[in-house]
Design a protein around this ligand. Structure first.
Ligand SMILES: Cc1cc2nc3c(=O)[nH]c(=O)nc-3n(C[C@H](O)[C@H](O)[C@H](O)COP(=O)(O)O)c2cc1C
Length: 184
């Protein structure tokens, strides 16, 4: 069974360490995993009026991509001890309605951050995701001083590459077990 993982980066920077980590995760993923990065750049700020008028195309594209995915992998910086607005905004759009594609979605979080490694953004996301019963893995990867570990747009050096490889494998394995359980 092929497992489809949707990847979201909490940073829009072209040279983002988090997007680089996601590119590396794609390369380290098991053979039966297909992973793609969904760009959050075009999402407008959440606005109830926009939603009532019919969600914008970029919002529909995000929700559809999440619906089609077996699992979600996030790589995010920590901003001021919390979740970057770009990522929180995407979660807010995706969280809406009884048919939210976040419900029960197997999810894992990597934080490539400053000195903290993103301990607080990990904790805050755990609280945020409790709202939609997101199926968040206990395993998480934290990469302190992220810039030191990126070369040519890729994560370099062990043990972080091993950690990322293990996390993606654990996420895929969990997603597969959840998919077969719901199919049974
Ligand atoms: C506005 C802002 C606030 C930040 N706050 C924190 C923080 O609270 N904790 C931390 O570890 N790093 C913090 N950082 C550093 C970023 O997490 C770090 O540079 C990260 O690698 C940036 O991710 P990116 O390379 O994917 O853009 C902050 C950076 C910015 C721009």
């Amino acid at each position: 069974m092929t497992i489809h993982i949707l990847a979201l980066s909490g940073s829009l920077r072209a040279a983002s360490t988090n997007t680089a980590v996601l590119r590396t995760a794609i390369e380290l993923a098991p053979d039966d995993v297909e992973m793609s990065i969904h760009d959050l750049r075009d999402l407008p700020f959440y606005d109830g009026d926009l939603e009532e008028a019919g969600a914008p195309e970029s919002v529909e594209a995000l929700r559809t991509a999440l619906e089609r995915a077996d699992a979600l992998l996030i790589a995010t910086p920590e901003y001021n001890w919390s979740v970057p607005a770009v990522l929180k905004n995407a979660i807010d759009w995706a969280s809406r309605g009884p048919d939210s594609p976040l419900e029960q979605l197997p999810t894992a979080v990597i934080s490539a951050a400053g000195g903290s490694g993103g301990r607080r953004v990990q904790a805050h996301l755990r609280e945020v995701f409790a709202h939609n019963d997101v199926d968040l893995l206990d395993e998480q990867v934290m990469i302190p001083r992220a810039r030191v570990h990126i070369e040519d747009g890729r994560l370099v050096g062990e043990p972080h590459r091993t950690e990322v490889r293990s996390l993606v494998a654990a996420l895929a394995e969990h997603a597969e077990s959840m998919a077969s359980r719901s199919a049974a």
